[in-house]
Design a protein around this ligand. Structure first.
Ligand SMILES: Cc1cc2nc3c(=O)[nH]c(=O)nc-3n(C[C@H](O)[C@H](O)[C@H](O)COP(=O)(O)OP(=O)(O)OC[C@H]3O[C@@H](n4cnc5c(N)ncnc54)[C@H](O)[C@@H]3O)c2cc1C
Ligand SMILES: *[C@@H]1O[C@H](CO)[C@@H](O)[C@H](O)[C@H]1NC(C)=O
Ligand SMILES: *[C@@H]1O[C@H](CO)[C@@H](O)[C@H](O)[C@H]1NC(C)=O
Ligand SMILES: *[C@@H]1O[C@H](CO)[C@@H](O)[C@H](O)[C@H]1NC(C)=O
Length: 506
């Protein structure tokens, strides 16, 4: 079975659409800090090749530019999903923040589209890929445990499963992703939901410092003292520059209990009932993700269960554990082993798309609606191509989930409670891209209607940006924060350098 949380997306890379956010207006060139003999040209696309050479000339020995048909080029452009990957003119792997600064200056001055890739797990086409210059952060792989300060420094290209594995001997942990392969960079900059989020908050609630290369090339360390950037970086994605290092708070970590359980379609009602019942649990050390997967024989389900101690309280998980299952892998293990047990390697060559639908209550009515949508649309889509994978996740968190941090770009209102939920589909054939995106939009609309009918106040429930389909309006993710974020964007990136790269743009 595929990674249960995996259903992400893949947008077709409509040619020319990659330069998201680039306007035609001739933005005045910023005062450049570096001077090149050939810095007078100004035309984008046709000169990307020249920009590649200019970058190669400017950077230090710590960094390297790669051209097509080299290993470095392929690695820089590789993504978990084929649909999020691109063919850049060249790629660069900067090895120092100074070089990132030089690269951003050259790209900004020449108005060259670029991509910024952490670990390449976005589901959205063009969000970390480009036809211009691909910046791979592969060389930013700091891993440093500061025992005394109780912090861990992490580079953006590390994957969370690797981080957890390397932290195990230290007996500490940080708040990061739930499935192997997902990157530190992208997950953190848009929020970050972990199996320990009910207990400790989002990943952004556990960052104490960002090493940031600003769009004009200035390197700065952003902490709580930097009021505006501190707010903007915690959820604002790649709008404010490139982060070359995160410093996380760490906390003690012992063995945990949990794992994955799969259920056949005939247990659907029992799984829905046990999930609704689990919604009443208020212990922040507990977590449950229930996944609904379409199969020709009906909707099968999976439960990912977690307790942040070797022994969960008596009875807490009984309703889930008692349901007959063909595959159950639940045990006491290290946190790293638990993460390995709940996900599998990325499906090679698959296209994929994610679409979020925030809710306030996984009531039995609402769980019925999720199962019904997966059943109806799974049938429709597999009638077109039987290899399409259609799934949805309910992510049960404690109602105190947003109480662990100060105001941040996301979530827009920490006084509200809502849980991220995700549609995650994969398929192999690019001819289906538009059909799938449209299906996900319709399902998310139907589920929103179902939540409203269930009496849930989802009007202001924000979609988690890392789960949002590429065309989601900013207001749906950032709500009341949009005007402030737009203002900050203008102040910190007046030349709109970060507008040359993909992602949600303020
Ligand atoms: C299988 C799977 C499981 C997932 N599980 C979870 C989960 O448990 N919890 C959760 O919260 N999310 C989860 N996600 C969503 C995940 O958080 C996003 O896909 C995230 O963007 C991945 O980060 P990345 O660095 O791997 O991606 P990338 O594709 O490399 O980057 C994503 C975005 O972030 C930007 N970016 C990355 N690094 C930097 C940087 N250092 N500076 C500036 N911009 C940067 C990129 O430009 C791009 O726009 C999951 C996704 C998948 C595919
Ligand atoms: C969720 O919905 C159920 C069923 O309608 C209801 O009993 C429960 O009180 C709701 N919980 C919350 C937190 O609103
Ligand atoms: C993809 O779908 C198109 C359109 O239905 C079809 O012509 C093509 O053969 C498919 N490709 C593969 C590899 O199945
Ligand atoms: C770069 O931008 C930052 C923030 O806007 C500003 O403080 C700094 O002076 C700028 N640096 C240069 C060299 O323009």
């Amino acid at each position: 079975m595929r990674s249960v949380l995996f259903t992400f997306t893949a947008l077709s890379l409509v040619s020319g659409s990659l330069a998201t956010g680039i306007s035609d207006e001739d933005l005045s060139l910023q005062q450049n800090v570096i001077h090149f003999p050939d810095a007078t040209w100004h035309t984008p696309q046709s000169n990307v090749q020249a920009v590649c050479y200019q970058i190669a000339y400017a950077i230090s020995d710590a960094s390297e530019v790669f051209f097509p048909s080299t290993h470095g080029y392929a690695a820089s452009n590789k993504h978990a999903l084929a649909s999020s990957s691109g063919e850049s003119a060249c790629s660069v792997q900067p090895g120092s923040p100074q070089d990132v600064g030089l690269i951003l200056q050259i790209l900004g001055k020449s108005r060259t589209p670029f991509g910024v890739k952490g670990a390449g797990h976005t589901g959205n086409p063009g969000f970390s890929s480009t036809s211009g210059v691909q910046i791979s952060l592969a060389r930013f792989d700091t891993f440093k445990v500061n025992t005394e300060a109780q912090t861990v420094e992490l580079g953006p290209s590390l994957t969370w499963d690797d981080v957890f594995e390397r932290l195990t001997p230290y007996g500490v942990n940080v708040i990061g992703g739930r499935i192997p392969g997902v990157g530190v960079g992208g997950l953190t900059l848009s929020g970050g939901y972990s199996f320990q989020t009910s207990q400790y908050g989002l990943s952004i609630d556990n960052v104490v410092a960002f090493e940031l290369v600003q769009p004009n090339g200035t390197i700065t360390t952003v902490t709580e003292a930097n009021h505006d950037l501190w707010f903007a970086l915690r959820g604002g994605g790649n709008n404010f520059g490139i982060v070359t290092k995160f410093t996380f708070k760490s906390f003690p970590q012992g063995q945990v209990w949990g794992g994955a359980i799969l259920y056949a379609p005939d247990q659907l009602d029992a799984v829905k009932a046990a999930t609704a019942e689990f919604g009443k649990v208020t212990d922040p050390k507990a977590a449950l993700i229930t996944t609904f997967v379409y199969t020709p024989g009906g909707v099968s389900t999976a439960a990912l269960i977690f307790y942040n101690e070797p022994n969960p309280p008596k009875g807490m998980f009984d309703a889930i554990l008692d349901i007959p299952s063909p595959m159950k892998d639940v045990s006491i293990r290290s946190f790293a082993d638990f993460i390995k047990a709940v996900g599998v390697a990325d499906p090679p060559g698959e296209r994929g798309s994610f679409c979020g639908f925030p809710v306030t209550n996984y009531s039995s009515n609402f769980l019925d609606a999720i199962a019904e949508q997966i059943s109806i649309w799974g049938k429709k889509l597999t009638d077109i191509d039987p290899t399409v994978f259609v799934a949805a996740d309910a992510e049960l968190l404690d109602s105190t989930v947003f109480s662990h941090g100060a105001p941040s770009a996301y979530p827009p209102d920490r006084s509200l409670v809502y849980f991220p939920s995700i549609l995650s589909f994969t398929w192999p054939n690019s001819s289906l891209d538009e059909t799938i995106f449209q299906a996900q939009r319709e399902i998310a609309n139907n589920l929103r209607a179902a939540a409203l009918k269930d009496g849930q106040d989802v009007e202001r429930a924000a979609v988690y940006p890392n789960y949002a389909l590429f065309d989601t309006p900013l207001e749906d993710m950032y709500g009341q924060n949009v005007p402030r974020l737009r203002e900050l964007k203008r102040a910190y990136d007046p030349e709109n350098v970060m507008g040359l790269t993909g992602g949600f743009k303020f």
